[in-house]
Design a protein around this ligand. Sequence first.
Ligand code: SAH
Ligand code: SF4
Ligand code: F3S
Length: 435
Amino acid sequence: MTFFIETFGCQMNVYDSELVMNILLQNGYEKASAIGKADILFLNTCAIREKAVERVIHKMEQYAHYRKKGKLKIAGILGCIPQYSSERLKKELPFIDILSGPDNYDKLPQMIKESIKNKRIHEDIRLYKEQNYDNMLPYRENKFSAFVTVMRGCDNFCSYCVVPYVRGRERSRSLNEILKDINDAVSKGITEITLLGQNVNSYNWNGMTFAALLEKVSETENLKRLRFATSHPKDISYELIEVMSNNPKICKHLHLPFQAGSSEVLKRMNRGYTKEDYLGKIEKIRDSVPGIALTTDIIVGFPGETDDDFKETLEVMEISGFDNSFMFIYSERELTYAKKHYKDDVNRKIKAERQKQVIELQKRIGLEQMNGDIGTIKEVLVESVSKKRKTEMIGSTDQNRSVVFENSGKIKPGDYVKVKITDAGSVTLLGELIK
Ligand code: SAH
Ligand code: SF4
Ligand code: F3S
């Protein structure tokens, strides 16, 4: 039997889908080249905002005909939406065969077997605080860059966020398991690794800190670039900043979501830092790691956010100088503290207007950051052929900035090349290959 997996949501879901692929492959299932050719279809899903849930339900409705009339025998939904609301999925997608939360992927082969025997919904949404998928490796497609999860779950309970409820308690993977995973990836020709967790700075395995883990992992032979995400401003340590400034394999890019500029709003969000704390850390990071690129996440329209609060968000953006931001409109989530205790009282128009403003400001700030690279020579990891022009390639710099350049003919994805930066847009650089 063949399977097809489509992934939504964050990088941790990308990693988990690779894990599921390997679990299925090891149990004798084969990869299908397209949904129409698959016997089993899984959507690995995200519940972070209401739109993410609606998108998946809509997608599955579009695929329903494969299940009802086509070759498809099993349609399943994995990940955070089953964990968030399996009842809703059962109601809105009654033809679904399997629902599995993020801690039950090792049981999927069994669930598939049972589902073939007995046509009803097979559901497993138990959370296990020990589940780290020990002794299981993800399937690595022929690539040059890979994600490696170093911790699962989250204990921060930011008041707006559903992750602690759908992913369960925070747990760190052992050093040994992480190294096995990385060595496996590197042995397949992968040279860039991104370590993943909802809050990597609280990594703790038998007292080992995240900074120590980075140092250890960076010793891997043939590994050229080491990245990580996400950092929580309350937990980012001076030890980590130190390691970033001294270790040449660790890329000079930090994703540090600040969410909101007003300390009052941050308090209601339960983020554990003030505006001043955040700006202080940014200053320290910029001083210690020259040339570092910063990116962030922002939520606009959190309950009670006034015009003055919002102005502070714009102010933090101005001071911090982000390369790029993920800018979201607050979306009320079931189970969360904010849903229970705060009224979603910023009206839709104001939310949309604020989002428009942050997007516009980010464009200007992003362009300023990118412009700083003009005239410099960067090492670029080549990632793909440009979709717009077949003669152009796209790659990324150490700071995770995208670069577009004309191919000399011989260059292929996975190569490291030197590129002279000649021009910049707000999210991409243009350059010329240096022979
Ligand atoms: N663990 C990461 C974030 C994971 S979720 C961290 O704490 O930085 C990715 C982003 O989605 C968050 O940073 C936040 O900006 C956004 N987000 C989370 N819950 C949201 C909600 N209810 N409404 C809108 N955006 C949300
Ligand atoms: Fe959500 Fe906060 Fe955990 Fe990030 S740190 S996943 S925003 S609860
Ligand atoms: Fe979404 Fe789950 Fe990640 S809710 S952001 S896929 S942890």
